[in-house]
Design a protein around this ligand. Sequence first.
Ligand SMILES: CC(C)(COP(=O)(O)OP(=O)(O)OC[C@H]1O[C@@H](n2cnc3c(N)ncnc32)[C@H](O)[C@@H]1OP(=O)(O)O)[C@@H](O)C(=O)NCCC(=O)NCCS
Length: 148
Amino acid sequence: MEKIIRKPSTSAELEAYFDLRYRILRAPWNQPPGSEKNEGDAISEHAACFVRGRLIAVGRLDIFDSDYGQIRFMAVEVDFQGKGIGQEIINYLENISKSRGDKGMILHSREIAIGFYKKLGYILIEKSYLLFGEIQHFLMKKDYVIGE
Ligand SMILES: CC(C)(COP(=O)(O)OP(=O)(O)OC[C@H]1O[C@@H](n2cnc3c(N)ncnc32)[C@H](O)[C@@H]1OP(=O)(O)O)[C@@H](O)C(=O)NCCC(=O)NCCS
């Protein structure tokens, strides 16, 4: 399966990017269209994975503070989950973060995804916020190893 990870650029790609976010991270909780976007989208780094031109995974990199990046809005199309694509999106965003000089990355993981981030070297720090009154999130963190 040939995959390309890059930022979405055309308006059709951006539409597919936000649509995937909506379908995976918002629609199952009956959230309204538009709830998948926020003001950070204008200034963040975006990653999308394309297979034969179809957008099948997304992720966003924010600046958390002067030393850390923050990964947000990770979503992989249902029939492409568990094939290593989420991991590749994280690697892509970590490389951008490392190249701009961050010391590490933080993120707030849904309870169901904690094992995924642990596999990628993130450690669980603490329980954080509850989304939509029901999805518990957990703060996780990774410090980059110098020379990595
Ligand atoms: C969570 C998600 C981003 C992971 O992406 P993915 O492409 O399915 O995961 P990968 O195939 O890259 O998994 C990498 C490794 O983590 C493991 N893994 C993946 N999801 C896992 C989970 N939920 N719990 C434990 N381990 C998991 C895989 O088995 C794999 O391990 P391996 O290298 O030993 O085979 C994706 O499944 C998804 O979009 N889920 C629904 C939305 C969601 O929960 N987003 C995260 C919000 S914080």
